[in-house]
Design a protein around this ligand. Structure first.
Ligand code: NAD
Ligand code: UD1
Length: 337
């Protein structure tokens, strides 16, 4: 299939492009490089031997977007492009809604105009909010989101479902990611942190590399085995493989499917810290501080639907996730960012 990948030079997008190319698909990347670099295209080429076509285009630029659709005959779109920093979304909500909602609507309008009916969208476990019991099941539906980022994911899910209802030939898979971590085993692509990391893994990686003095553990009084927050960490390469399966599923079916992508297992902050210590071979200092506002105690996926519908099951364990993460961060200084 010829597939447009928006946000394809980003963290999850770049790994997905590698897996798509490896599965014989033709990839066209669109990205405005707000949070990534064009050098990622070289690295995708180094890994796969194939150089994907690249458009430096903003999804808010309707004319630029239309040019991409005019010049290519896409069968499907995988839509990663968007802003993703939860705290920032609270501070500048309109910017987030403009990019994640208006930008997405521009893309969906272009898909309609050019008759492209297959879509995979990057949603998040955040849409479950704190309303349901773990493991989170797709049938629970949408919970109460607590920040504009989460709300923008929820709104996209609703918009896409409405479009699919209006056009019975359309097909969408809404993937609710749990906590993607890790990097490609080549050490060439991964998540390049921008400023002080908000998420656990990039922060731990910076402690391991000496850039940060210690990890702040946000609370050890949760109702969990060791009191620290529990999450479902999934290797980004597994997540990328899930996209290949999802877009192939979309091409063969119609309607809307919501699918969780995680491992179905939860690990605590302390377990992650220990696994990372094993990967980097040194002790990592930490201090327990107050809970982070908005955090929930436990979050992990029910993965049955992914297995049944897509035949997808995550392969990599937590040790491998931390090893691959460490390899990438240790290699960062050699990488032309
Ligand atoms: P990322 O920031 O690495 O990738 C997003 C890419 O989109 C970047 O390359 C950025 O330059 C590009 N982009 C942003 N706005 C754009 C615009 N207006 N036009 C064109 N390109 C634009 O993020 P990621 O971690 O790879 O996440 C990809 C998607 O998955 C996002 O939609 C994110 O919200 C979603 N998601 C991520 C996580 C996570 O933990 N990383 C979890 C759940 C969902
Ligand atoms: C966060 C976002 C969520 C988003 C997800 C993936 C918030 C409130 N939630 O979720 O919307 O979908 O990232 O991008 O920001 N932790 C520490 N110290 C740190 C960082 C994190 O102890 O420096 C803990 C957290 O309290 C949590 C766990 O580590 O228990 C994972 O945190 P994080 O990586 O930020 O992911 P989420 O909280 O799941």
């Amino acid at each position: 299939m010829k597939i447009l990948v928006t946000g394809g030079t980003g963290y999850i997008g770049s790994h997905t492009c590698v897996e798509l190319i490896g599965s014989g698909h033709e990839v066209v990347i669109l990205d405005n490089l707000y949070n990534s670099s064009e050098n990622v295209i070289d690295r995708i080429e180094t890994i796969t031997g194939v150089r994907p076509a690249f458009y430096r285009t903003d999804i808010l630029d309707k004319e630029g977007l239309e040019k991409v659709f005019q010049e290519n005959d896409f069968e499907a779109v995988i839509h990663f492009a968007g802003y993703k920093a939860v705290g920032e979304s609270v501070a500048i909500p309109l910017t987030y809604y403009e990019n994640n909602i208006s930008g997405s609507i521009n893309l969906y309008q272009m898909m309609k105009k050019y008759g492209v009916r297959n879509l995979v969208f990057s949603s998040s476990a955040t849409v479950y909010g704190d309303d349901f019991e773990v493991p989170f099941k797709e049938e629970y539906g949408l919970g109460t989101t607590t920040n504009p980022y989460g709300t923008s994911k929820k709104m996209n899910e609703m918009i896409i479902t409405d479009m699919d209802n209006a056009d019975p030939e359309r097909s969408s898979v809404l993937l609710r990611y749990f906590n993607p971590i890790g990097a490609h085993s080549s050490g060439l692509i991964g998540e390049i942190p921008n400023g002080i990391p908000n998420n656990l893994l990039p922060y731990v990686a910076q402690v391991a590399s000496g850039q940060r003095e210690y990890l702040r553990v946000f609370g050890n009084d949760y109702d969990t085995p060791d009191g620290t927050g529990v999450r479902d960490y999934v290797h980004v390469v597994d997540l990328a493989r899930a996209h290949v399966k999802a877009i192939e599923y979309a091409a063969e079916h119609t309607g809307t499917e919501v699918i969780n992508i995680g491992t179905g297992k939860g690990y605590s902050v302390m377990q992650i810290l220990k696994a990372y210590e094993k990967a980097c071979g040194k002790e990592l200092p930490y201090k327990v501080v107050d809970r982070r506002p908005g955090d929930i105690a436990v979050c992990y996926a029910d993965t049955k639907k992914a297995e049944e519908l897509l035949g997808f099951k995550a392969e990599y364990d937590i040790d491998r996730m931390c090893e691959d993460s460490y390899r990438f961060y240790a290699n960062l200084e050699n990488i032309d960012k």
